[in-house]
Design a protein around this ligand. Structure first.
Ligand code: SF4
Ligand code: SF4
Length: 572
């Protein structure tokens, strides 16, 4: 069946440099002198160590227990003695240390008991659980725990399962050799994913510069009678990016803000499918992976390498030339110089390139941006690298975010085409790390503020509780004193005790009573002075009395009802 292919935006065609390392079959790397196994080798929680110095371990034995659902277990890559559980420098551009289990191999390479099981006899939950316990993670570089991607979405039907065998980055050939030599096990692993996700179609994308791998995969698919479609896609970097391969094979554009499952697509690398099959069908956890040794070496080749092998020890197998001055992990587009040559191989290590100035001549000095726009044309994510560069350089990180710096996959296409030789990706990595650092600082400050506010609230509450207690105690004391005073007052027989009247009140009441008594006496005298019955007088006497009264009123102009004359005086 033929499939319509689509184009993704941008992309570049750097020299592939792949032929050097595909001439020889995969070889087994010998046991190294020691194995330094980092516990954190995947996205998600860091596994907890379950061994300590002095413990004897077997190959495949659990040494780091998964911490949470998005986390994957870690195992001893060979049998031997645990020398220490300690911090060691990591294969990361930061050069930071991380907790590692260091094992001294005993040379026997003795496996734990391995259980062979038909995955069809297991429930989907059991398969996912086994994958997590076996430490299966995305080996295309993302190292996302595989079991976490194997639950079908409830709302969006799964249309396509895309298997990534594109391997677009120059120099790297480990997936190519894996498909050439172990195609059947890769296809069986894809069968597990298909049975868990139940997609309508399974599409295996391989760049058209790997015809042997495509032929081997097609043969394995036919031999196993699977309805999978092996599709050769045009060689164009970065066709191996998950979103780019999905676009080429399905025509679906996955927006930066969404996951491919939102559009009914899930994507796995071919090496992930292989390790999933080994884990389920053979009971082998992930203790090794294929690594391409290439670059400034005499014998480039792919090796099956134990996780934890020191890189400098491993690179010796490929006979690096004397002018080798460093090791690049990954390809020349997305890889980085490791901080120390002795850092260990991890699950994400697909390639080691011996670095030399002959192979990678130092770039001429960076020139000012001429705003030619070539970087924007090359960007597969339709970003504006020159704008992001400008703001990253000015440390205006807010603006870099406005220009969607976190959508940048650091593919290096923009740096590759820039005529001013500006190391754009380095600026973007710098800006991202600064933003993350500030975010961490802000979170720490927020947490400190929350702790301070909580302490303040607690202090205030304690203060209020204390004040309430004191008030209650004072009230109780006052009540007690009052009760004592009442008990001490003299009580009359049969009468309730009367509260003592203050002296001031007694004095006031006495004064008031005296005034009222004086007023009553005056009124009585006045009434006594008034004629009581004028009708008893003779008419002559009544006339004289009226004249006297009229003269009195006229002479004194007084109230017709005057105050009583002082005692002894005679009213007129
Ligand atoms: S390619 Fe380089 S010079 Fe051209 S716009 Fe981009 S950053 Fe500037
Ligand atoms: S590195 Fe980022 S900005 Fe540059 S081309 Fe790739 S995705 Fe675009």
């Amino acid at each position: 069946m033929l499939l319509n292919l689509f184009k993704f935006k941008g992309g570049v065609k750097p020299p592939t440099n792949k032929t050097q390392s595909v001439g020889l079959p995969i070889a087994q790397a010998p046991l190294p002198s020691k194995l330094v196994v980092p516990l954190h080798q995947s996205i998600g929680g860091t596994p907890r160590p379950v061994v300590q110095a002095g413990d004897q371990v077997l190959k495949g034995q659990l040494i780091g227990e998964a911490d949470g659902w998005i986390s994957a277990a870690v195992h001893a890559p060979t049998s031997g003695t645990v020398v220490e559980v300690a911090m060691h420098t990591q294969a990361h551009p930061s050069g930071l240390d991380a907790l590692c289990v260091v094992i001294a191999p005993d040379g026997k390479d003795e496996w734990i008991a391995r259980e062979t099981v038909d995955y069809r006899s297991l429930t989907p939950e059991e398969v996912r659980e086994r994958l997590q316990q076996a430490g299966v993670v995305g080996l295309g570089g993302a190292v996302f725990p595989t079991h976490g991607k194997l639950t079908p979405a409830k709302t969006v039907p799964m249309d396509e399962l895309v298997i990534n065998g594109a391997e677009c980055e120059p120099f790297i050939t480990c997936d190519d050799l894996l498909m050439r030599e172990r195609a059947e096990e890769v296809v069986r692993g894809i069968g597990i994913f298909r049975d868990l996700l139940r997609p309508k179609k399974v599409l295996i994308g391989i760049e058209d510069n790997k015809p042997e791998a495509a032929a081997a995969m097609k043969a394995a698919v036919d031999a196993l009678g699977e309805p999978f479609l092996v599709v050769q896609v045009p060689t164009l970097y970065p066709a191996g990016g998950a979103k780019q391969l999905i676009r080429v094979l399905t025509g679906k554009e996955v927006p930066a803000s969404k996951r491919s499952t939102d559009l009914g697509v899930q994507c796995f690398n071919v090496a992930t499918a292989y390790t999933a099959w080994r884990a389920i069908a053979h009971g082998e956890p992930v203790v090794s992976r294929l690594v391409t040794l290439t670059g400034n070496v005499a014998e480039p080749r792919n090796y099956e390498v134990l996780i934890g092998t020191p890189m400098d020890e491993l690179l010796k197998l490929a006979q690096p030339h004397p002018d080798t001055d460093g090791i690049v992990m990954g390809g020349p587009m997305m890889g980085f110089l490791v901080p120390q040559p002795s850092v260990p191989v991890v699950k994400a290590t697909n390639c080691l390139i011996a670095h030399s100035e002959r192979l990678f001549p130092p770039k001429a000095p960076e020139m000012p941006c001429i705003r030619c726009g070539s970087c924007a044309q090359a960007c597969p994510h339709e970003l504006q690298p020159f704008e992001m560069y400008w703001f990253a350089r000015a440390k205006n990180f807010g603006k870099t975010q406005e220009y969607k710096i976190f959508d940048c996959i650091e593919c290096g296409c923009c740096s590759f085409v820039c005529p001013s030789r500006i190391p754009l990706v380095q600026y973007f990595r710098f800006a991202k790390s600064e933003i993350w650092a500030r975010e961490r600082e802000k979170n720490a400050a927020d947490q400190a503020k929350a702790r301070f506010e909580f302490k303040q609230l607690r202090d205030e509450r304690e203060k209020a509780e204390k004040a309430e207690k004191l008030a209650k105690a004072a009230a109780a004391q006052a009540a007690k004193k009052a009760a004592e005073a009442a008990a001490a007052a003299p009580a009359t027989d049969g009468a309730a005790p009367v509260a003592a009247t203050p002296a001031v009140d007694v004095e006031k009441d006495a004064k008031k009573a005296a005034i009222e008594a004086a007023m009553a006496r005056a009124k009585a005298q006045r009434e006594a002075a008034q004629p009581k019955n004028t009708e008893a007088l003779t008419p002559e006497q009544q006339r004289v009395a009226a004249e006297i009264e009229a003269r009195r009123v006229a002479a004194h102009l007084i109230d017709p009802e005057p105050a009583a004359p002082p005692a002894g005086e005679k009213a007129e």
